[in-house]
Design a protein around this ligand. Structure first.
Ligand SMILES: [Zn+2]
Length: 113
């Protein structure tokens, strides 16, 4: 499953960070997940516990901050919220848009004990 490898990846990075700080365990991992990142938040939550098994992050909590997707119209300069890559400008109906945010999958913070 796609989300399982993402979860393992996140836990892996977080554990390395924690080890650098000399921590013995992780209490919380905070993530930014963009609406267009293609990550299913429910599946990620579901996979998280097994990804943490046997690591410093075992029995830690995953906090997901969902980032809304925003685009900027190249034609008229309007910025607006979108829910797919195929969105069009609500003002001038142009498809010429730049996606400003919403694709991120980022480790925001790791809290250690
Ligand atoms: Zn426009």
């Amino acid at each position: 499953m796609h989300e399982m490898s993402i979860a393992m990846n996140i836990v892996n990075i977080a554990c390395k960070e924690a080890q650098k700080d000399g921590a013995t365990s992780i209490s919380t991992i905070e993530l930014d997940v963009g609406k267009l990142s293609g990550v299913m938040v429910d599946s990620l939550n579901f996979c998280y516990d097994s990804a943490c098994k046997g690591t410093l992050a075992e029995s830690s909590e995953l906090m997901i901050n969902e980032v809304p997707a925003m685009a900027l119209c190249k034609n008229c300069g309007e910025s607006f919220e979108i829910d797919s890559f195929m969105a069009l400008c609500p003002k001038c109906e142009s498809y010429e848009i730049d996606i400003l945010q919403g694709r991120e999958l980022r480790l925001r913070a790791v809290s250690v004990n």
